[in-house]
Design a protein around this ligand. Sequence first.
Ligand SMILES: Cc1cc2nc3c(=O)[nH]c(=O)nc-3n(C[C@H](O)[C@H](O)[C@H](O)COP(=O)(O)OP(=O)(O)OC[C@H]3O[C@@H](n4cnc5c(N)ncnc54)[C@H](O)[C@@H]3O)c2cc1C
Length: 424
Amino acid sequence: MIIVGGGLAGLSCAYELADSGMTVIVLERGDFSGSKNVTGGRIYLRPIRNYLPDLWKEAPLERHVTKEILTLMGETNSTTFELYSDRFNREPYPSYTILRAKFDRWFADLVSEKGVFVIPQKNVKDLIKKNGKVIGIKAEDEEIGADCVVAADGILSFMAEKAGFRQPFHPEHFALGFKEVIQLDPKTIEDRFTLEEGAGAAQLFVGSLTKGMMGGGFLYTNRDSLSLGIVVGIHSLNRREPREEIYKLLDEFKERPEIKNLIKGGNVIEYSAHLISEGGVQIKPRVYGDGILVVGDAAGLGLNMLVTVRGMEYAMASGVLAGRTIKKAKEKNNFSASSLAHYEKLLNESFIMKEMNTYKNSLSILENERLFSKYPQAISSLFEKLMSVDEHPKESLYKTVYQGLKKEFFNLQTFKDWLLFRKM
Ligand SMILES: Cc1cc2nc3c(=O)[nH]c(=O)nc-3n(C[C@H](O)[C@H](O)[C@H](O)COP(=O)(O)OP(=O)(O)OC[C@H]3O[C@@H](n4cnc5c(N)ncnc54)[C@H](O)[C@@H]3O)c2cc1C
């Protein structure tokens, strides 16, 4: 069995297959698993505990998230909603921040200990096919045969393309993320975010930081670092005149007082950029064929739910489901498309496709740039007015709120936006 790509999807598939008696090889083009993998990131464990029940006790996760923070940014002001919940602070903790360089490397070592061959620095160049069936892969210097190849090679999956599964790329289906990891000592992080020892915060930003373009910012607290990033839709970025460099947006974001004081004194220890899938179920390619399965980002399994980005749980669960399908196919020694179609059935029955279908209209909602400009600004301006006292006698609260809402929200456009939002 050959798995192309040693990220979360590929390693989860390998983990599932490790005790099957089959020879399992993971080929990873990076120097080690985790070296090329980018996420925000926060992982929710509840959806995947049943898929990988034994993994989490020892896993090198960062902080369990007890605080959810949403900041709406205007040009010169911002409004922050903060949620703390005891439920998030009770074991087993529902979600954790994660650093992929650490987690994926650990996971690769674990599957190696279980007998899987994880081979880094191996760039797979092509699939080998015979009579339309995939029978192996071509790397730079060798060809390796296999009963089944699992394409776990990420968002621009070359393997899915070679199998003829991919639809043409459209810029509106992707966003570009830029991220820095900023080192700070744990106590400073806990003081700045008012966290208990070991607890963490997940903060999302929407509004003027992306200058009206579709996207937003994120900040996650790790054990001794912060993950700070900005994501912008490629389509929005292409349309913008004058052109914006996304790394400059991140620099400007870091200069905002809301961020500057949180990262003060920190050292940037990692810098990365990566694509994110925004297309949802509309761009999901075919995920099985004769001798091949496609998992994780390669299978288009990613969602922007506006208040959270999802992809890691889908990668891990789909990897496990592919592993289960391969075990079943092995019992019959049948790796044809009709046998491997079982994977699609499992995917459809899982939380992955249920969520992907629930959020099938998310792209049309995300294309509405007023969500990223007008509304965050209007809410912050209204709140600022409510809180201000100047040389004039203060108006009644009702009048201030009513006038603010009337000006920005009581109109046909907002009503239409609200109707559209019902689809999410
Ligand atoms: C900025 C950003 C923020 C995000 N935030 C979140 C978040 O907070 N929560 C969340 O759940 N998801 C988030 N995501 C999405 C999430 O990171 C992905 O869905 C997830 O990483 C997918 O895992 P994967 O294993 O499918 O792919 P990847 O992690 O991309 O792994 C693919 C692997 O294949 C290897 N590879 C590629 N081509 C070849 C080849 N030809 N030969 C050999 N190896 C190859 C790569 O080196 C890589 O290791 C975010 C993504 C980004 C970019």
